[in-house]
Design a protein around this ligand. Sequence first.
Ligand code: PLP
Length: 424
Amino acid sequence: MTDQPSHLFYQSRNPRPFLDRGEGIYLFDQSGKRYIDGSSGAMVSNIGHSNPRVLAKMKAQMDKATFGYRLHFRTEASENLAAKTAQMMPEGLDRVFFVSGGSEAVESAVKLARQYKITQGEDSRWKVISRFPSYHGCTLGALDLTGYDPLTQPFAPMMRGMPKIPAPATYLDRDNLTEHERGLKYAEMLRDKIVAEGPDTVLAFIMEPVGGASTGALVAPDSYYGRIREICDEFGVLLIYDEVMTGVGRTGRFLAAEHWGIIPDIVAMSKGFGSGYAPLGATVAGSRIVEPILDAGGFQHGFTYAGNPMACSAGLAVLEEIESEGLVANAAAMGDVLIARMQGLMARYPFIGDVRGKGLLTAFEFVSDRDTMEPLPVGLNAFSQLVERAYERGLIIYSRRTRGGAAGDHFLLAPPLIITEAQI
Ligand code: PLP
């Protein structure tokens, strides 16, 4: 296609070339240039592009029916995907509510939490504590949980202003604590916040188990995770894991929660769940939460496209692929290879301030001084030049200003889980 004036718009003008096709970890533009999809798009394409087995299963569903409204029909595709999801999730997370994306999954998790607490006679609970920085989506409800100033500030007057605690960015801390102590220190911030807000007003705490776009693959010290679970239990606060980016094998376990043996009350998933074959997401909880809501008349919430057979056939085919190809284990193994290579670069280049991540969700953070972790000067623009240079040379990486948007630069490396050592 030639460059004509575009009727289409997104967040900014788009000078990128037209996409032609995908194959495995690669994307090709219309000139035939090949790109390594080093970020799986936006951490979406977990099983890689144009997988013929997935396309065949989707085609089989499409030949039968692409849409049947869920209040008019049940479909085998949605029932089978829910069953497969429950089988792959940790014990007890076996009730699945379908949506079409991550923001929808997060909002559904919050509303599920709220309705559950109403059935328990705890109507006073409505506040959802989240972390800063964080990213939970761009619809107004999910945005209110998001800690990322450039995205939230224009809309601040339209939101409640949900309480936030600092994300455990311990790589920036220059104290005398051990990592274990630092993890506990950050977890106690949740306890303090719950007490300050009034425990009977706090509905839930939501966190990305491994940070995504806004914190750049931030992993907390191990001690953090268990202590957060304890604090939530102490105050009857529901623990929501936003696994929109981390779920479906990305970090080397099906859910990132499994690294620490944590069972959240509610999980939001999307991205790798449909792996880019269809817009798909899910909010998953246990019967303990879902049954009282259904008994009390039902979940007062739902999206038109939820559970549509086309998206669900894609999701089922994706999960079957993850299982049959051993992609969760491959993410763990290839993540170790990738992180080791990245650490090798860090040893050579002083402007790399941190290398972090889990499985195939990894990040570099660039700094002007590794000792103080002073970020690169904003005007320098070295970072966006690097991202552009990589793009020119056929490597796609995902970048954001981090530390809540005010300062700091990281980019995420998160290739499809099918990647081989040679390709890394
Ligand atoms: N939650 C997390 C952790 C995310 O990374 C994202 C997207 O990047 C979302 C929620 C929102 O997902 P979506 O853009 O599909 O609405």
